[in-house]
Each structure stands twice: as C-alpha cells, then as structure tokens.
Design a protein. Sequence first.
Lengths: 135, 292
Amino acid sequence: MPTNPIPFEIHPSSGVPIYRQLIDQVQALIVGRKLKPGDLLPSVRNVAQAASINPMTVSKAYSRLEADGIVERVRGQGMKILKTTPSGTRKQRQQQFRKLAEPAIHRARQLGLTDDEIQNILKGLLNETAEESKP
Amino acid sequence: MTLPISIQGLKKNFDQKQVLREVNLEVPAGTVLGLLGKNGSGKSTLIKCLLGLLRTTGGSATIFGDDAWNLTTATKAQLGYVPQEVVSYPWMRVRQVIAYTAAFYPTWNHQLVDRLCRQWQLPLEDRIGPLSTGQLQTLGIVLALGHEPDLLILDEPVASLDPSARRHFLQTLIEIIDQPNRTVLFSTHITSDLERVANRVAILRDGQITFHGELDELKDRVKRLHIASRQPLPNSFAVPGALQCDVEGTAATVSVADFDASLVPQMQATWDADVTVHDLSLEDIFIEMHEQ
C-alpha cells in the first residue's frame, strides 16, 4: 500500500500545540474521506522534514492517534488508518451532536432563517451526504 | 547514563553584578531545548559557563558528567558550539578554514560538510574577512556540525540569518535530531523557530530558570481568558494564579499560568459571566510571563 504524501499545514505560532494540529488534520482527512481505512500515514521522518518540525512531535501525534484507536502501528509498514467504530453510548453520541448543532442553529436564526428553512437545509445535507457515509 | 547537561545551583557574578543567581537545569539525551530569555537575561553567560569559557562564581555545571571547567578531550569531541558572534581567521579562505577545523577531528564527515556548504551556498573560495555576519554564522554552524557532535550548543544561531537561511538551518537541525541520542540546546528570541523544533523550553529570567518543561505542556497551561459579565465586575475581582489581569467595567482579560478546565464553570458561577478560553503562541506566553 503506497503512502500518500499528506500536505499538513502546520502553524507553529498558533496557540494549539503542533502535535494536536497534526491529530486534528488527520481526523479531518478521515472525516473528509481523503484518508480511508487501510491507508498509511506518511513516515515520521517525511512529515518532520516536509513541515520542518521536530520528529518527536510527529511521533507524539501518531502515538496519540494509535492510543485513540484511529490508526494501528503495523510493523515494517507504518501507521495504518483503522475503520472507525463510534465509541460511547448512543445517548452520549447524541449529546455530542447536539453540542455541534446548537451553535449552527443559533447562527441560522441570526441569519433570519425560518425553522422550516433550517429543517429543509438539514434534510438536504442528510441526503447529499447519505452516499458518502456508507462504508 | 550521564546527562548531556547538568547544571546545579550555578551562580555567576561580574564584579558586583549578579547575572546568574541560582540556575538549575538538567537536559536528558534526545532533547531539543530552547533557552528563552530577554536581552541581558544571562543566556550567553549561562552557555559560556556551561562550556567552561567563563569561570562560575558558584555551583556546578557538567557536560556528559565532566566538570565544565575541566572538559576532557573525549567530551570536547562530542561537543559542537556556535557562538553568538563567530570569530574566524580573516585572511583564510572559507575552504581553508574548513580544512583547518577538520584536521582537529578524527571523525570529520567531509561528505556532510560538502553538502551543507552547497545547501547554504557558502562561497568556498572567498576570504573570511569580507563575509557578511549571516555568512559567518552559517560557516560557524557548518564547522560545529562537521564532527557530528552528540551535543550541539548554539547561542542565538539564527539571529543574523535571513528567513530562507533560517529555514535551511531548521531543516539541517531536523536531520541531526533524527538520531535519537543527539541533544541540542539553543538560545533564541525568535520564538517561531523554537516552536517548530524544540520539544522542551527553559525560560531564563532574573538569573533563574522560571520554567523548564515540555513546550506542549507550556502551551496547555498558559491561557488567556476573556470574561464578559452581566454586571460590572467588582474591585475584588481576582483570579488565582493570574499573570495579568485587566478589568474594564463588565469585561476582563486575564492570563493564567496554570490553566485548569474546572476554572471556567467556577468563574462563570462566581462572576455571573461568560468565559472564553484562548490559546497563546509562545511569543504571547513569553510576553505575558515577562510583564508581571
């Protein structure tokens, strides 16, 4: 399996530690299906050199991703993306989504949208993404 | 294993002036430590005491277990140093200075030096005298790397380099630390470079190390809070462990040195306020810590 070079966009002067920027970007790539289960992350050395950052920082990010069950260390190959299985109870996951949706709904009301309009947009989005989310 | 760097209760006076009051610092192998401090905080003095270039007034400094004032040849062979101002022989050509330095080391890596010279575009046939400060500094870095030292100490290595030369320097540093036992200590006030390559930071202030730890930990701990209350904040408004605190009417901006997530609901309840937490860059952290 070839490793795809990932153009990590690192902002060293952001208040967010670099290892967390890497974790966030890997997760975003998985969510956006740019990285699929079975894909390999680029080597620590490649990322460190391409982004001019300390290799230990990259290792740290990869270890966290491994501990969180997002990737798996495969000997002689590198870090392989795992199939994500949702964690937590259904109730907890619903709660998580509520937190994400709440500010979006507030913003929609500020924009002067009616409840019907908001619901239609949500339904539209659900339909558009229905195919993508199927494994 | 003996530590690459161990400094215990180090003191240094110049006449009556106390520059280092009591410095304690231990650097384990494999660390890239950024030494931060304002101008005149004693960074160069600390480095010179550590290298045995200055005699200490009290306390001890060792490199690989060797007393700094009496470094053995074996320890010196493992050591690379780039001073703040690189001094070399003005009548020599760059090529000659490199050959001259190489002759002192049995393990000189000619291949590496050739490659670095090309990368940094060092004019090998030029004489040292008319080189620019940046070129001299680059040469100093190349000379310090030629024998592939286990411990590299750099005093403001990038101060006179342009952005692209600085980036070359960082790339080289990253190649060096690819080997897990290499240790690097560099002093700087360019925090963005330090953020890229350092995994640990030590902050020198008033002759003492006021913080030494992981860079990520520092970023996780120092935060700025914006507080917007529904009523005017009283004079008694205070936040435990605050570095800075600005209150204006119903709003306040506070930076804290030891952020704990439980602080937010606690403050929301106490002051009937909205609290937002902001991450800080190392530069912001440095400033907050120095304006106390």
